[in-house]
Design a protein around this ligand. Structure first.
Ligand SMILES: [Zn+2]
Length: 271
């Protein structure tokens, strides 16, 4: 589906609070991006749909040791912040730089240093545009070749944010990544505290990054919602559930109906 059709379809089946995926937005910005994004914003307004989060491209690496490639990614990230401004999306989700992983303290320090430098620059761009960046907690993938990966723990993201010192940078908490790493999820949410501005909500059985619906894995959702409520989280619970994708749209809609029932029940436990 094109992004406009997806938004319309979601509104028809009662979903009004969304995150834009990077693949939808990449496709929508291939040509005449300003006009297309402005019209998408109008479409959302007319449907009463609010996009809270926009996911920046997964290919960005803000701590690339190759300076030329890092500069290119910084330019792309700045452009995507502009997309957020045009679309009236308050939060842009971004991964911490360092997807190459590290094998020594020296490399880890270098990755931290490059992240701080990159986020200082992006923080200023975000501030000027009136949007906010949210750094997502990660899960090492195959690109890392078994190396250590920066940003799996909340304290590592906090280390970057504190060193950057920008009021425009917070955290996006991904429950699936945290669960696959066997983190203490409620405690991780408390570690985010007032810097938690965005979420990726999904479940897995702990063996990998499956991104399924809540209760299709082993996360204790009651304790997750309790932690979110206790830190006063008010923003979007963005279901990030590519693990539930099936071909027929009608079956996807059935899953979304079920998702809504499960989430309403869950939220009512603490209303
Ligand atoms: Zn995520």
């Amino acid at each position: 589906m094109e992004i406009e059709d997806a938004v319309r379809h979601l509104a028809e089946i009662g979903w009004f609070h969304i995150e834009y995926s990077f693949n939808h937005i990449s496709r929508a910005t291939e040509k005449c991006w300003k006009t297309r994004l402005k019209s998408l914003r109008e479409t959302c307004l007319s449907l009463n749909v609010k996009a809270w989060q926009l996911h920046s491209p997964l290919s960005l690496n803000l701590a690339n040791f190759n300076q030329k490639e890092r500069e290119k990614d910084l330019k792309t990230a700045s452009r995507w912040l502009e997309y957020c401004q045009i679309l009236d999306v308050p939060y842009m989700v971004i991964h911490p730089g360092g997807s190459q992983g590290y094998r020594s303290l020296k490399e880890r320090n270098k990755i931290i240093e490059l992240n701080v430098e990159s986020f200082k620059r992006l923080g200023r761009v975000a501030e000027d545009l009136g949007v906010k960046l949210v750094i997502e907690n990660m899960l090492a993938d195959s690109k890392c070749g078994g190396r250590r990966f920066l940003g799996e723990h909340i304290y590592e993201i906090l280390e970057i944010i504190e060193a950057v010192g920008s009021p425009s940078i917070g955290i996006c908490f991904d429950t699936s990544h945290a669960n696959a790493l066997n983190l203490d999820i409620p405690e991780a949410i408390h570690e985010c505290g007032r810097l938690l501005w965005a979420t990726h909500i999904s479940d897995n059985d702990g063996s990998g990054d499956q991104h399924r619906l809540p209760y299709n894995g082993n996360i204790d959702w009651i304790s997750v919602i309790k932690a979110l409520k206790s830190i006063g989280y008010q923003n979007l619970l963005a279901l990030e559930i590519p693990g539930e994708t099936v071909k027929p749209i009608i079956v996807r809609d059935m899953k979304l109906k079920y998702a809504k029932e499960v989430l309403s029940w869950l939220l009512n436990q603490y209303s």
